[in-house]
Design a protein around this ligand. Structure first.
Ligand code: ARG
Length: 279
């Protein structure tokens, strides 16, 4: 009996808290040619870091977000500050390792023990729209779950990224998709984003993506995608470059999507979690 117990404890510690390479997406081949609003369904288990943030109880989806890990292998959840309220961790749950936000074989339902919004988060300007949630239990290690990397270089306008989430497929669009959607869109320069939004856009803490100007309908995040990832493929891994934050409408070529700039927040994030696992 004693031997059995020891064996179980050993198994549990192997499965949990294990350091894992960040930004791996085994279901995605290279910088996929994909094309949210005007997106398409993600491949099965394509994105091991994205999770659906949901009301508890009930499980209704309201925001996205991504798993990050510290250097001891402990997972945390990074989302937008406007999605959450400090102290309300018992009102939330998240569904990870899944494309179906209601769950599927191999998905994991996880809970929280703390919410920490950026102390300078401003709900009026949406400046510093980032928050870190502590998990009450760690996920079980599996191929379809893992942390995202955080960009360690600033963004170049024009490079292509992928945004994903369970948000609406049109501005003001009613029902949320059940399956994860993703779309490709380029980084927009700070100059163009300032042209679009004036002083509402803070080029230090925010970044923009989409298409600025022109008559094409861009790919964009929309309501319900907030907190979720905008990632780029670099050196064989997926790096978070933006956290979905805000925009005027969705997929409007005059108004690109605005993101909290992950590169700008990487040191803050790392400090909060006791050292970011970024390799
Ligand atoms: N604020 C929205 C949310 O809470 C996200 C809006 C993103 N909008 C955009 N056009 N990219 O889900």
């Amino acid at each position: 009996m004693l031997i059995l117990c020891v064996a179980l404890v050993a198994l549990a510690s192997v499965a949990n808290g294990q350091l894992k390479s960040c930004g791996q997406a085994p279901g995605v081949v290279g910088d996929l040619d994909a094309r949210v609003v005007n997106g398409h369904q993600s491949a099965d288990d394509a994105w091991p870091f994205v999770c659906s943030l949901q009301q508890r109880p009930g499980g209704s989806h309201f925001c996205g977000g991504q798993l990050i890990q510290n250097t001891a292998g402990v997972y945390y959840f990074l989302t937008a500050a406007h999605c959450v309220t400090n102290g309300q961790h018992n009102s939330y749950q998240m569904r990870c390792a899944t494309n179906n936000r209601n769950g599927e074989t191999g998905s994991q339902l996880l809970y929280f023990s703390n919410v920490y919004r950026h102390p300078q988060y401003n709900p009026n300007t949406l400046n510093n729209d980032v928050a870190i949630l502590t998990l009450s239990t760690q996920p079980v290690n599996a191929n379809n779950i893992g942390p995202v990397c955080i960009a360690s270089t600033p963004e170049q306008p024009g490079i292509n990224g992928v945004v994903m989430g369970w948000g609406t497929t049109s501005s003001g669009g009613g029902t949320l998709p059940i399956m994860l959607l993703e779309g490709h869109k380029p980084v927009v320069s700070d100059a163009d984003c300032t042209r679009a939004y004036g002083s509402e856009f803070n080029p230090t803490t925010m970044m923009c993506a989409g298409m600025y100007g022109g008559s094409q309908t861009p790919v964009d995040a929309c309501q319900g995608d907030s907190g979720g990832p905008y990632v780029k493929y670099r050196h064989g891994r997926w790096e978070l470059i933006g956290v979905v934050s805000w925009g005027y409408g969705c997929a409007d070529p005059r108004y690109p999507g605005v993101y909290a700039d992950a590169y700008y927040y990487r040191n803050w994030i790392s400090t909060q979690i006791g050292g970011l696992n970024n390799s």
